[in-house]
Write a protein that binds this ligand. Structure first.
Ligand code: HSE
Length: 438
């Protein structure tokens, strides 16, 4: 049988990794797929800089649309990233009757509903395993491996760059900017690194996982997103003293009122396995009613780990090339006409425990005022830590852990605490999740 022909869009970190893995493991891959797979065409932004070994045998161009329009290409692999022209290229590939594999989380999170609907109408597949958590086969795990479960919640460290930064700051006391520069050099960071540190990249990935876990349309615009740029070394240290680690977490939970969908720095008890996931590694913890908690761990970024997921999708497409489009694994795990209209909860209605850090004047009655404000709003305190002043300052850091509270109530309490003339600056709030069996 003739090999399946692939058109590769993008020869950057992931594109070159995909080409290398397809070539290097060609025999093993063909044994799995049942057919050979050959990259026949590829598009790169700058041909002079495309020095991938073996690429000479491929028809190379700078015009990605010409690859998408190639009549004899069966599968388009989109590894350009970003919203446009990726969206236009993918929609044109679908219109041309080609199957699509993409690693583009931004594209799927924002335009997935439109893309899947077009693919459904045209009877082609769109596979996107590499869009979430790099090399970890998390889409397959949720969509297929956990298909028998009512999924209750999921929590993920799903941005390698952010986790690398927090880990290096904690372990080596390194500077934020210095670690970010290293992540960029290693090819982990997004083209716009604010996507990593402000949580946008993690929000893209969380949006996708939540849709597949709960059977809801993709709703990136309703995902609450908060970055790590305000986390200080002191917060990391105080959290450790209290038995917690600070992780930048994507969290989604099904509640009776709707779905929580949020990305923010989070305290996690240090005894949880996921709290010990460091460096560029990713991990996703999923709680299903039948299976209980399951944890998935691996490289969340990088050339070959991401290529591993891209190639797995290509193999899936090759295996299913001849199957009935109506009977393929649905894009969002649930049949398109069975998606639920459960609302995404506004952040004010989300319930979490909290870590609060404030800078208090060293005067009698200050703590009493703070605890009165919390008590009046029904917010219960789990732990209090009062530290020595830093570097001879007259104000004291006070750290409070609360029990679970509604976000809106906590906003109100924080505003009242900040209005006290004995509290300097703003109150730092980091949400806390126990991630235990619930
Ligand atoms: N910038 C992303 C990360 C790359 O650091 O995790 C993988 O999506």
């Amino acid at each position: 049988m003739n090999p399946v022909k692939v058109g590769l869009l993008g020869l950057g970190t992931v594109g070159s990794g995909t080409f290398n893995v397809l070539n290097g493991n060609a025999t093993e891959i063909a044994r799995r797929a049942g057919r050979g797979i050959r990259v026949s065409h590829a598009a790169a932004r700058d041909l002079d800089r495309s020095t991938v070994p073996g690429i000479d045998a491929v028809d190379l161009t700078e015009d990605a649309f010409s690859v998408v329009d190639q009549p004899d290409v069966d599968i388009i692999v989109e590894l350009i990233g970003g919203y446009e022209p990726a969206r236009e290229l993918v929609l044109r590939a679908i219109a041309n009757g080609k199957h699509v594999v993409t690693a583009n989380k931004a594209l799927i999170a924002l335009h997935g509903n439109e893309i899947f609907s077009a693919a459904q109408d045209r009877g082609v597949m769109v596979a996107f395993e590499a869009a979430v958590a790099g090399g970890i086969p998390i889409i397959k795990a949720i969509r297929e491996g956990l298909a028998g479960n009512h999924i209750q919640w999921l929590a993920g460290i799903i941005n390698g760059t952010g986790n690398f930064i927090l880990s290096e700051m904690r372990d080596k006391g390194r500077d934020f900017a210095d670690v970010l520069a290293e992540a960029q050099q290693l090819g982990y960071a997004e083209a716009d690194p604010t996507f990593d540190v402000e949580g946008i990249d993690a929000a893209h990935k969380l949006t996708i996982m939540a849709s597949i876990a709960f059977g809801i349309p993709l709703q990136f615009d309703k995902t609450y997103t908060e970055g790590i740029s305000n986390i200080t070394r002191e917060d990391v240290g105080y959290a450790e003293e209290l038995g917690y680690r600070i992780k930048h977490l994507g969290f989604s939970r099904r509640t009776e009122q709707g779905i929580e969908l949020r990305v923010h720095p989070t305290l996690i008890p240090e005894r949880r396995l996921i709290a010990n996931v460091d460096g560029v590694m990713n991990a996703v913890l999923i709680h299903g009613d039948a299976v209980g908690p399951t944890l998935y761990y691996g490289a969340g970024a990088g050339s070959k780990p991401t290529a591993s997921a891209v190639v797995a999708d290509i193999v899936d497409v090759v295996r299913m090339l001849t199957s009935d489009p109506e009977n393929r694994v649905p894009h969002l795990a649930f049949q398109p006409d069975a998606l639920s209209d459960l609302p995404i909860l506004p952040m004010e209605d989300v319930q979490t425990a909290c870590y609060l850090r404030m800078c208090a004047a060293d005067r009698p009655g200050v703590l009493a005022d703070v605890t009165r404000i919390l008590g009046e709003r029904g917010i219960s305190i789990e732990a209090i830590l009062q530290k020595e002043p830093i570097d001879g300052a007259t104000d004291l850091p006070v750290i409070i852990l609360t029990h679970t509270v509604r976000e809106g109530q906590m906003n109100d309490a924080i505003a009242a605490i900040e209005a006290l003339d004995t509290i300097k600056d703003s109150v730092t709030r980091i949400r806390l999740e126990h991630l235990g069996r619930e």
